[in-house]
Design a protein around this ligand. Structure first.
Ligand SMILES: NC(=O)c1ccc[n+]([C@@H]2O[C@H](COP(=O)([O-])OP(=O)(O)OC[C@H]3O[C@@H](n4cnc5c(N)ncnc54)[C@H](O)[C@@H]3O)[C@@H](O)[C@H]2O)c1
Length: 254
């Protein structure tokens, strides 16, 4: 029995959307636990400060520009990771897009953008990282979904549908890669104070309703998400796969 099981020393983690609200906390927490982190995203200017903060804290990180909806770009991200750190142990599929509007206003192009990023993008990243994980005899794929899957929240139909797809993708993939000692899990966040919630027209009312709905009367933080990711990335979680874990301050409680 040892707390070493919770350490990520020697592990290499890719975090997509690493420059966004939750992504920043995920990168910093994984790095603090010992992982070498690839802070991946499509906006280089948002990635650099995350790497600088990790280096300042004594961790290891590099930035990689990627469009997760593009197969060649995703394959280049994994190749750069292998070149920088020797392989991939952990993939956090976190990058996503979201738009708030009635379902009748969703265009075909927007539908394709949302599913191309939030669902196909997760598949492409997992598919590209898999050979390295398999070779290393160990792997962790952690997919970020959303509790909107349970609530069927209005004005987010394409987003909610893509997040529902992630739950199925997680379960089916977990069945196929278990034999390689790779786990695949979904983390479903509640409402966190990032750019994502600024899409709400009545932000104050939204925050009030969130706090009324949660058992815990505080806002969640990116570090809360990072701590769960660190557990799911570590050896301590090696018998957990195909699961969806809600992290929402006790909102949905399934
Ligand atoms: N914030 C919340 O309350 C909340 C709730 C439930 C689920 N989530 C989920 O958590 C994850 C992170 O959300 P967030 O709140 O940090 O959002 P965010 O918008 O702050 O960050 C998302 C990041 O993904 C990046 N991204 C988008 N498309 C990309 C692409 N094609 N290639 C590469 N990068 C791309 C964006 O540039 C951004 O940096 C998302 O999967 C989101 O759906 C968030």
């Amino acid at each position: 029995m040892s707390l070493d099981q919770f350490s990520l020393d020697g592990r290499v983690a890719i975090v997509t959307g690493g420059g966004g609200g939750l992504g920043v906390g995920i990168c910093r927490t994984l790095a603090a636990a010992g992982a070498a982190v690839v802070v991946a995203g499509r906006t280089p200017a948002t990635l650099e400060p995350v790497v600088a903060a990790i280096n300042e804290e004594g961790g290891k990180a590099v930035t990689v520009e990627v469009d997760i909806a593009n197969k060649a770009s995703v394959e280049a991200m994994v190749a750069k990771t292998v070149k920088a750190f020797g392989g991939v142990d952990v993939l956090v599929n976190n990058a996503a897009v979201y738009h708030l509007r009635p379902w009748t206003e969703i265009t075909e192009e927007e539908w394709d953008e949302v599913h191309g990023t939030n669902l196909k993008g997760y598949f492409l990243c997992a598919r590209a990282a898999y050979p390295s994980m398999k070779e290393r005899g160990n792997g962790r794929i952690i997919n970020v979904a959303s509790i909107t899957f349970f609530g069927g929240f209005p004005d987010l139909l394409d987003y909610v549908a893509s997040k529902a797809g992630i739950v199925g993708l997680t379960r089916a993939m977990a069945r196929e890669v278990g034999v390689d000692k790779i786990t695949v899990n979904t983390v479903a966040p509640g409402a966190f104070p990032t750019d994502a919630e600024k899409i709400h027209h009545d932000l104050e009312g939204h925050i009030r309703r969130v706090l009324e709905s949660q058992a815990l009367k505080r806002r969640g933080t990116a570090e809360d998400i990072g701590n769960l990711m660190t557990f799911l990335a570590s050896d301590a979680s090696s018998f957990i796969t195909g699961q969806m874990i809600e992290i929402d301050g006790g909102w949905m409680m399934h």
